[in-house]
Design a protein around this ligand. Structure first.
Ligand code: S3P
Length: 174
């Protein structure tokens, strides 16, 4: 089975879905944020603070290149990963991409929760109102990349079993 890459905004549920898919498809789930945190021995927030965002983006690019050698993986990518260094094209070349699509209001509802907000340095210091503006603008910018995914999955509307069916069919045809 080709690698499966889940893309989408922060808070769209990529990590949880990657684990569910990996269990169902007998693959390994990889979370790019978790992987980088383990590799660098610090949290994403600390990494941004100590070395800046660009360093984190370099680590994301390296990681996608390294994953090339692995088979049967479901990768939950960080929300910004598909939007730099031609990584969306790269993931489309290497495997099957799925965009977890939620609208700005739904994302805001999830991300305003302090536990979710605080671990994400790009939104940690935003008020509720600033957060909604940020999500609205960033989502519009990033959907240009996310929309290049092979498949769109609406976490609150679509069925998990339909996604599995689609993935199996897509795999057979590719
Ligand atoms: C980011 C999303 C985060 C994490 C980092 C930057 C982004 O991942 O990679 O905080 O630029 O959208 P999640 O999408 O898992 O929150």
């Amino acid at each position: 089975m080709r690698a499966i890459f889940l893309v989408g905004f922060m808070g769209s549920g990529k990590s949880k879905l990657a684990k569910q898919l990996a269990t169902k498809l007998n693959c390994t789930a990889i979370d790019t944020d978790e992987f980088i945190e383990k590799q660098e021995h610090c949290t994403i927030a600390e990494l941004f603070e100590k070395h800046g965002e660009q360093h984190f983006r370099d680590l994301e690019r390296q990681l996608i290149q390294e994953l090339d050698f692995l088979q049967r993986i479901v990768v939950a990518t960080g929300g910004g990963l598909p939007c730099h260094s031609s990584l969306m094209e790269e993931m489309n070349r290497r495997g099957t991409t799925v965009f977890l699509k939620l609208n700005a209001k739904e994302l805001h509802h999830r991300l305003k929760e302090p536990k979710r907000k605080m671990k994400r340095p790009l939104i940690a210091n935003k008020s509720e109102e600033e957060l909604l503006d940020f999500i609205t603008d960033k989502l519009e910018e990033r959907e240009l990349f996310y929309n290049q995914a092979a498949h769109v999955f609406h976490p609150t509307k679509d069925d998990f079993s339909d996604l599995i069916q689609w993935l199996l069919l897509h795999e057979r045809n590719s």
